[in-house]
Design a protein around this ligand. Structure first.
Ligand code: GDP
Ligand code: MG
Length: 609
């Protein structure tokens, strides 16, 4: 980092399954930071809390007090950490998705006793696809059997003070986590055993209640930010860039937007350019609100301070007209309001293009064959699209909002072209009544959930089912393998056509199938099959039936006890061999392999398998 270069604070998200302790952890951090008031404490933002670097030094001080690390304050260039407050409930995936895509760094909280849970996997998916570096807080260590708590002590010290049983419990739980991380493709280890934090996920055992491990957690977190993010964190002065967390109607202020500003400076009187449901919105900033410090709140209705400017990274509520259609998850760009008018116009135009480009990647309607995707916000749409792309799943329509009739019409057009992709995927949105009717009429498959990873599970399941069905149908069109034996004493007619009793030893026989002998010689074609006096369309494994075979002559080309095989045309045999072997019953598969052997033995026979 060069001297004089401005660096913004890394945006930090806390992710993880509900009840793992995310809120408690943030509260603990905030509380510790507030106690460190004399060195700056903590400031509350909209949707975020800022912990200045001096408070962070206070939080990690126990580690240097115990002589475990020496912190050289002069080496730190980040101003602090901006924590985004992410709710942990399932329904807030959209917010987590948005949070994770603008986050520079993350804490993944796992309850050390419960291990991996659904949103743990989902959080990892989000972090992986956004390539966000993260540290794991293996939380609630104070609840491990035998654990003796040492409040606000670094983990390393507290661990040394534990009895062997408590240590063993902790080690075992960590090993379990490490092996699951490994299976997911992430090498992971207890933080003090990690040598390269870029390659290995660091796990810090913590207790958000007793404060054990919090110092260690912050050491790793700031270390990650300091070491690997210098370039990403360079602050561009001037026009602001941000992301809309939430769109809110506020009595008295109209519709406002809560924005995480991740670069630049935004001032009252600046223009903002952002995505709306009906196109790009350009408006002028009327007010910038940030929460008042706690001790300044006298009237609960008056919780905000209006400021003239805000510097990234920050969380701010923007008051402006024309925000009714603003899209949560949309990017936001600022244009200074105090420059030459001509210049303003040009800059706004450029930003409009940027917004259109950003949103165009997320909201689109194409003629391509692919699924129809509707999500509640741009943030969740982004997370979903990213995963679909990774999985090579084509998307023809992506949009925000409830499923409407037009979407279903689109899906039915797709159905005509390729039924495989006539699927509607809904994330956290509803279905409008007229769309519902049409869905039923057109028999379009709907996959809906408000948990991202469950959407993918459902889609995988659907695709698997679909492929299976396609294969089964294709197999039905092919000649099925079969093997029969002529039963002694059941020759009903010797020729023209010969009628004999047979037992199906494997697979199936059907009228029209040609039969061959074990030496490969053709016997004739099955004309009819009768079972207990009734004509049947097929006979399968284990059945004893009477068959009439044209061209067969008992005593000449067939005789009692003889084994015959269904002659499978070369093309069918090749398809079965390549694609359908696993769909054959075991007996049919054996018969098929025997049949191949017979064919291969025939001299000069070209069997292009
Ligand atoms: P969130 O849903 O992830 O935000 O979880 P919360 O922070 O709301 O915590 C859920 C419950 O676990 C609360 O009752 C917390 O008091 C408790 N909890 C959180 N962290 C810890 C911890 O480290 N130790 C213990 N014993 N309880 C914890
Ligand atoms: Mg919570």
């Amino acid at each position: 980092m060069k001297k004089g270069e401005k660096v913004r604070s890394p945006i930090t998200v806390v992710m993880g399954h509900v009840d793992t302790g995310k809120t408690t952890l943030l509260d603990k951090i905030r509380g510790t930071a507030v106690q460190a008031r004399e060195v700056g404490g903590m400031t509350q933002h909209i949707g975020a809390s800022f912990i200045p670097i001096d408070s962070i030094f206070e939080i990690i001080r126990p580690l240097s007090d115990f002589g475990i690390v020496s912190v050289d304050k002069s080496k730190f260039f980040i101003p602090g950490l901006l924590f985004i407050d992410t709710p942990g409930h399932e329904a807030f995936t959209n917010l987590r998705a948005r949070g994770s895509s603008i986050a520079d760094i993350a804490i993944l909280v796992i309850d050390i006793r419960s291990g991996f849970q659904p949103q743990t996997y989902e959080s990892i998916e989000l972090l992986r696809s956004a390539k966000t570096p993260f540290v794991v807080a293996a939380n609630k260590i104070d609840r491990l059997p035998g654990w003796d708590s040492h409040p606000d002590t670094p983990f390393i010290i507290s661990y040394q003070k534990q009895n062997p049983i408590a240590r063993k419990n902790l080690d075992g739980a960590l090993d379990d986590l490490i092996s699951i991380f490994y299976d997911l493709g992430f090498p992971a280890d207890r933080y003090d055993r990690v040598s390269d934090f870029r390659k290995t996920v660091a796990i810090v055992p913590t207790s958000a209640v007793t404060g054990e491990g919090i110092a260690d957690l912050f050491l790793v977190l700031t270390g990650l930010a300091q070491r690997f993010m210098a370039d990403r964190l360079k602050l561009t002065l001037g026009d602001a860039k941000g992301s809309i967390l939430e769109v809110r109607k506020i009595t008295g202020a109209g519709t406002t937007i809560d924005v995480i500003l991740y670069d630049g400076i935004l001032r009252r009187g600046d223009y903002i350019v952002l995505g709306g449901r009906k196109g790009v919105i350009v408006t002028k900033v009327r007010g910038l609100l940030i929460p008042k410090p706690l001790d300044e709140i006298r009237d609960p209705r008056d919780r905000f301070n209006s400021v003239n400017e805000i510097v990234a990274a920050a969380g701010v509520r923007i008051v402006a007209s024309g925000l009714e259609d603003a899209l949560a998850g949309s990017p936001l760009y600022g244009v200074p309001g105090d420059i030459d008018e001509e210049e303003i116009r040009e800059m706004i135009k450029k930003k409009e293009e940027l917004v259109l480009e950003d949103i165009g990647k997320l909201i689109f309607r194409t003629d391509k064959t692919g699924i129809v995707l509707k999500a509640d916000t741009l943030g969740s749409l982004e997370a979903l699209l990213r995963r679909f792309k990774e999985k090579n799943i084509p998307v023809s329509v992506a949009d925000v909002g409830d499923l409407d009739k037009e979407d279903v019409i689109h899906a039915s057009i797709v159905k005509e072209r390729d039924p495989k992709w006539a699927v509607v995927v809904l994330f956290n949105v509803g279905i409008l009544p007229e769309a519902k009717e049409l869905l039923e009429k057109e028999k379009i498959r709907v996959l809906s959930d408000n948990v991202i990873y469950k959407i993918f599970e459902k889609l995988d399941e659907y695709l698997y089912e679909y492929e299976e069905q396609v294969r089964r149908k294709a197999l039905e069109k092919l000649t099925y393998p079969g093997k029969i034996q002529i039963l002694p004493g059941y020759v009903f007619r010797r020729s023209k056509p010969a009628i004999v009793g047979v037992r199906v030893l494997a697979g199936k026989i059907k009228p029209g199938y040609t039969l061959i002998r074990e030496d490969g010689k053709e016997v004739g074609v099955i004309k009819q099959i009768q079972s207990e006096g009734e004509t049947v369309q097929e006979a399968s494994y284990g059945m004893e039936v009477a068959v009439s075979i044209d061209k067969a002559v008992v005593g000449r080309n067939i005789r009692e006890d003889m084994i015959l095989y269904v002659d499978i045309p070369e093309n069918d045999a090749r398809l079965i061999n390549r694609q359908f072997l696993k769909y054959l019953t075991p007996d049919a598969k054996d018969a098929f392999l025997e049949f191949l052997k017979i064919k291969r033995k025939i001299k000069g026979f070209v069997w292009g398998m």
